[in-house]
Design a protein around this ligand. Structure first.
Ligand code: ATP
Length: 777
């Protein structure tokens, strides 16, 4: 059967004016509020006796003007409409009899005249869901919970009263053989989090309680279930729990519910041969709010956004079911997931609460739209499986137990549950319309040979129909509504929820695999980066080595040039030869070495005294010192490096390399031999020639010294102004000293190496070492 939707219009509040009433209900009555002004006593007298019949005589329409054109009126039809004068008692009783006349119950049940069919359903193993829906301040809490007085009690306490009354009757009728247990869970969904209302708020966790799919039903994990044996006990528990519920004053309702509250009443009927468990869920939804009107503060706005979102999702679910969409967005809100509208079995009743005044105009139309669509949703009238005692029995309704499948329209199927057209009241508009129903189908492609399952010996149960007729129908006949897969088909029993669960699981698995592969990918990338880094370092080292070697080669070339400039061909030759390994295959260098060799040999042949062109350098005091200090230059002065590149680079193609002519024609003439440098006992040639470590640092140091610039010299490490002046004085002295020979084209004496430097006045080995170490190139 479809969801039963009834509308209830609340009376005008003190702050509301009759003038503003825009809602009309019923065929003959005036405005929805026309009777609200009657006194309680009048109301009672006018209602008693004929009230139920009068309610049923109405056309069950709610009429409201088009907000854009007041001349036009929208009409919405529901299963029942309750005016503002309908009492709590009437709603509970009349609502029951309007779709479940007492005469249709088995004679044994007729004595329970006050038991609403919802309660009766419950004891027959059906789950029951009753929920109040509507804009904030329209009377949902009043309808569900009600006031403190007996007359004001709402649906929930009345239902519990009925449950206990019936329990006692069952126990009495069975002479105590059958027992009924009632237990309660009560929770709220606040800001899309589930909280146990039987627990004090301070015990709440931030995340709330989780939801799980359990056999096609959504269950709240960790919820308190309290056994409750009497109405009195219930009232105590319920009142206490309601103090834990989130309510606040808003501009539209002084006691506005800020959460959806769900009371689950589990009824367990234990007879000698079986146990039946069914649940009644009574839900007081929070009301949608137009925040232009509420003037809510920040906290209320957050609540409001959550409330509106969940109600919006509910509307979307209803829409999706109506539009026969495959995907119904239940999971987008906890409320819709728990409510599972259209997915739940048993009986579902929606009470649409309405306010009749203009200030609610647009909100009311929106609620009416959702409610009238909800009315088209088909819910399977299936009771829960009993648990049998004794030897196991063949499962009943194996195919029906199969599934909570997405709903699809049943337009072509013959619904045996529907009353025959002739049996319908011709006065009702509904009857003229084509019957639109939804039934449960499998999502999977159907096999060509679908079977209708029939079970001959299934107990008869009363069935409810929306027009007030009750028919006794064999349950298996209902099963013909839903073509099902062969029972032997292994996947036939998978419900939509199960499928969803499986899909969720699969997605989680895939995500887990992705995470793992992402981690291993990152490890690979890290390893690769490290490899690349190591390779780069190696290359850098190699380049550094090459550059060091090149700088060393350039130093030899420089020294060779200096020796040659001084006419020291043998030393120059030695330096060129040392430079050769750093510039292999350099033809110009090789040419130069050959030319120098020839000249040196020529000199030797000419009986000139020369110890040998390439004789190994003798290691004097300085030689050893310098060789100890030997370290290949890290960098070579850029300009110098460029000069040498131009001179010796294979790639220059220029004629920078000194020509053989230059080499063969010494530019410098010795005024005296090196040996005549008497003040030091140093074989300068030996030092120069033998020490290949004349580095750019040394060259730079010597150039500073030879500049005779006191301001520069005094900056050298370990020198200072006085020593600098002494050095310059010494050099000037040398210039004047006729014993000292120096290169003819140099106007002044030049210090050519560290050995010479160390012999200057006031400069010792230590000072030279300091000066050299302090030089930055
Ligand atoms: N049928 C009714 N008879 C008398 N008073 C009513 C009725 N319905 C609602 N009211 C009054 O209207 C006011 C708002 O009702 P209620 O708090 O139940 O609204 P609600 O829809 O639950 O609002 P919210 O969504 O904000 O919680 C209350 O003062 C309540 O007593």
């Amino acid at each position: 059967m479809s969801v039963r939707v009834v509308a209830r219009v609340r009376p005008l509040l003190k702050s509301e004016r009759e003038l503003d009433v825009i809602l009309r209900t019923g065929a003959t009555t005036g405005t929805a509020d026309s009777k609200s002004r009657q006194s309680t006593g009048d109301k009672k007298s006018s209602r008693e006796g004929a009230a139920l019949a009068a309610l049923r005589d109405r056309d069950n329409l709610v009429r409201i003007p088009n907000p854009k054109n007041e001349g036009e009126e929208y009409a919405f039809q529901f299963n029942a409409v309750y005016d503002s004068d309908a009492s709590q008692q009437e709603l509970f009783d009349a609502e029951g009899t309007s779709y479940m006349p007492l005469k249709m119950y088995p004679p044994s049940d007729r004595s329970c005249s006050t038991v609403a069919p919802t309660t009766k359903h419950l004891f027959n193993g059906f789950d029951v869901t009753i929920f109040a829906y509507g804009v904030t301040g329209t009377g949902k809490t009043h309808t569900m919970r009600g006031g403190k007085t007996l007359a004001d009690r709402g649906v929930i306490p009345r239902m519990l009263s009925g449950i206990y009354r019936r329990s006692r009757k069952i126990e009495k009728d069975s002479d105590g053989e059958t027992k009924v247990q009632v237990s309660l869970s009560y929770y709220e969904i606040y800001n899309d989090k589930v909280y146990d209302l039987f627990e004090p708020p301070e015990k709440r966790t931030l995340a709330g309680l989780p939801l799980r799919d359990n056999g096609g039903k959504t269950v709240v994990v960790g919820l308190t279930e309290k056994s409750c044996t009497s109405l009195k006990e219930f009232e105590g528990l319920y009142d206490q729990a309601n103090t834990n519920r989130s309510t606040s004053a808003t501009k539209l309702n002084a006691h506005s519910s800020r959460s959806h509250a769900i009371l689950a009443v589990k009824v367990t009927v234990i007879s000698p041969d079986q146990t039946r468990v069914s649940t009644a869920s009574a839900i007081d939804l929070a009301g949608s709010e137009d925040n232009r009107r509420t003037e809510n503060d920040k906290e209320r706005m957050v609540e409001s956004a959550s409330i509106n979102k969940s109600l919006f999702v509910l509307a979307q679910c209803v829409e999706a079911i109506n539009k026969k969409q495959h995907r119904i967005p239940y999971r987008e809100s906890k409320m819709t997931r728990i409510l599972s509208l259209g997915q739940n079995n048993g009986l579902t009743v929606m009470i649409l609460n309405l306010a009749s005044v203009r200030s609610y105009h647009l909100d009311t139309i929106s609620s009416l739209n959702v409610a009238s669509r909800t009315r088209k949703i088909e819910v399977r009238e299936v009771e829960n499986d009993p648990m049998f005692k004794g030897p196991p029995r063949a499962p009943m309704r194996s195919s029906m137990a199969a599934s909570r499948q997405p709903l699809r329209p049943l337009t072509a199927s013959v619904n045996v549950n529907m009353p025959a057209p002739a049996a319908k009241d011709p006065a009702k508009k509904d009857d003229d319309k084509p019957v639109k129903m939804f039934s449960v189908y499998s999502d999977r492609p159907q096999k060509p040979h679908m079977t209708q399952l029939r079970k001959p010996e299934v107990s008869k149960r009363p069935s409810l129909s929306s027009d007030g007729h009750t028919s006794r129908i064999l349950k298996p006949a209902r099963q013909t509504l839903a073509p099902v897969m062969e029972p032997s088909t292994d996947h036939a029993d998978i419900s939509a929820a199960k499928i969803e669960e499986m899909v969720e699981k699969k997605v989680e698995e895939i995500l887990a695999v992705r995470t793992v592969s992402e981690q291993s990918r990152q490890t690979q990338v890290r390893e690769l980066n490290e490899k690349v880094q190591r390779r780069l370092e190696m290359l850098e080292q190699r380049v550094d080595g090459t550059e060091d070697a090149r700088a060393e080669g350039l130093s030899y070339l420089l020294m060779a040039k200096q020796h040659q400039a001084r006419g020291e061909d043998a030393s120059a030759l030695r330096m060129y030869q040392l430079a050769l390994p750093h510039f292999p295959h350099n033809e110009k260098l090789m040419g130069k070495i050959a030319a120098l060799k020839e000249r040196v040999q020529g000199k030797t042949r000419g009986s000139q005294v020369f110890t040998g062109a390439v004789s190994p350098p003798s290691k004097g005091r300085f030689g050893s010192m310098l060789s100890l200090k030997r370290e290949p230059p890290k960098t070579f002065g850029k300009r110098q490096s460029e000069d040498f590149d131009a001179d010796y680079g294979d790639h220059t193609g220029g004629d920078g390399f000194s020509s053989d002519e230059d080499v063969s024609r010494p530019r410098h003439k010795k005024r005296a031999t090196a040996k005549s440098f008497t003040r030091g006992e140093i074989d300068l040639d030996a030092v120069d020639c033998g020490d290949p470590s004349v580095s750019p640092r040394t060259i730079h140091l010597l150039s500073i010294i030879n500049s005779r610039d006191v301001s520069q010299i005094k900056l050298l490490k370990g020198v200072g102004a006085k020593k600098a002046e002494a050095i310059v004085d010494c050099l000037c002295e040398m210039d004047q000293n006729p014993d000292v020979s120096f290169v003819s084209d140099q106007p002044q004496f030049q210090v050519n190496n560290l050995a010479e430097l160390s012999t200057l006045k006031g400069v010792g080995l230590k000072t030279v070492e300091n000066m050299r170490n302090g030089v930055l190139v």
